[in-house]
Design a protein around this ligand. Structure first.
Ligand SMILES: Cc1cc2nc3c(=O)[nH]c(=O)nc-3n(C[C@H](O)[C@H](O)[C@H](O)COP(=O)(O)OP(=O)(O)OC[C@H]3O[C@@H](n4cnc5c(N)ncnc54)[C@H](O)[C@@H]3O)c2cc1C
Length: 384
């Protein structure tokens, strides 16, 4: 594509960039993704695909394959140690998707990439690291390193889908205020020997929460709140935490992934500056507790694809379309951040455990249950 003009250059071929490209191509907008990685990622970090995002993913024709490959979680159970406090089903959620899908992020990305290639085989350029983006007023120049070569591309608009450390955001001088929470976690994937089946489990304990999410292939993700960042945590360490807090035994020899992590929140001060736009983690980072960051990015990409198609058709409307995307997506990000902060508060260790247990029991026994079911399935966050 060197030298060729494209409507939109997307920097970053993670889940958000790939989805945005599929949407744009379906709308007749030409686009290309510049992705620094030579090979697809093998990260499992994100799992949950929520109904509102699945409805959008269906629009690019991949919902069926996602459903086929994933585990459908239609119920979550809350425990206090091994005692069941109650359960929440997603049956009251609007059809057709009354469940949350659990699927490792690299499989989701592979499905998106396959669909993108069906739409345009040349729309993903791997091995291209973007070093600078310059808005000339009439178009955007993107500089990148491709192999040993420095290359320049030109497009009408550029979208930074290049994650937390976004180069596009830096080039556009957009600030990214936020911070690090004091909370830390350790997570790992093990062979599933629980009796939870396709249910998710939340174990409230005085040492902190343990979350448990089923994955395809009889695997289960366990996430435990820790007092400090256990950088050198082994499968054995996590297995012991799980056993102590939940009574469930996992076999550390079956661990396929272990990772300790800190959590952050950031929100770009604007998601549109001239011809440069931001989406996904480049625009907002929320705590993964509650599993909504990627979904938030997809919902934003959907709104942005409509704004971009409108701006290509009528350049006079670009500013108001982009401002409206920026405002609505920033609002959505703030709502998701608040929800994740509530989840983290619930997850913390300490003396408030009896109060939290009562709150959970009351919630699961009462009519506000459907409100929380909506909150956990990401209903009501997108203002369009
Ligand atoms: C432990 C953990 C668990 C999570 N679980 C969930 C969950 O269950 N549900 C959920 O919704 N979210 C979850 N998230 C969040 C989710 O992983 C992210 O929100 C999501 O990956 C963001 O997607 P993205 O495409 O915006 O950015 P990324 O996934 O970060 O992708 C950015 C892409 O840009 C490329 N790139 C970067 N810089 C350049 C450059 N200069 N030039 C070219 N390419 C570049 C990168 O190589 C990468 O491919 C979780 C996060 C963590 C850490």
């Amino acid at each position: 594509m060197n030298g060729k003009h494209t409507d939109v250059i997307i920097v970053g071929g993670g889940p958000v960039g790939l989805f945005l490209a599929c949407l744009l191509l379906q709308k007749g907008v030409s686009c290309v993704i510049l992705e620094q990685r030579e090979e697809p990622s093998r990260h499992t970090r994100s799992l949950g695909i929520h109904p509102p995002a699945l409805e959008r993913l269906a629009e690019v024709g991949i919902a069926e394959e996602l459903i086929e490959r994933a585990v459908q979680i239609s119920e979550g159970r809350a425990f206090s140690g091994p005692t069941v406090l109650g359960s929440m089903t997603f049956e009251s959620c609007p059809p057709p998707y009354r469940f949350i899908l659990a699927l490792p992020q690299f499989i989701t990305e592979a499905i998106l990439e396959k669909r993108l290639k069906e739409l345009d085989d040349s729309a993903l350029l791997r091995g291209a690291t973007v070093t600078e983006v310059f808005d000339s007023g009439g178009h955007v120049i993107v500089r990148a390193v491709l192999g040993e070569q420095e290359v320049r591309y030109r497009s009408t608009y550029v979208v930074g889908c290049d994650g937390f450390n976004s180069q596009v955001r830096r080039s556009a001088n957009i600030e990214f205020p936020g911070g690090k929470y004091t909370d830390t976690y350790v997570m790992g994937d093990f062979e599933d020997r629980s009796n939870l089946g396709s249910q998710a489990g939340i174990f409230l304990t005085k040492e902190g929460v343990v979350e448990s999410i089923p994955l395809p292939g009889s695997v289960r993700r366990w996430v435990a709140k820790t007092k400090t960042l256990l950088e050198d945590a082994s499968a054995d360490t996590l297995a012991k935490i799980i056993q102590k807090r939940t009574g469930i035994q996992v076999r550390s020899q079956t661990c396929s992934m272990i990772s300790a992590f800190s959590v952050y929140h950031h929100l770009a001060t604007e998601l549109a500056r001239g011809r440069i736009l931001l989406a996904g983690d480049a625009a907002h980072v929320v705590s993964p507790i509650g599993g909504q960051g990627m979904n938030l990015g997809w919902l934003g990409a959907w709104t942005l694809s409509t704004a971009l198609a409108g701006a290509i058709q009528n350049s006079g409307s670009a500013k108001s379309l982009f401002d409206s995307y920026s405002e609505s997506q920033r609002r959505a990000a703030i709502t998701v951040r608040k929800r994740s902060e509530f989840n983290m508060w619930m997850a913390r260790e300490g003396p408030l455990l009896p109060l939290k247990r009562t709150l959970v029991k009351w919630t699961l026994d009462s009519r506000v249950r459907s409100y929380f079911a909506k909150m956990f399935t990401m209903r009501g966050i997108q203002s369009q």
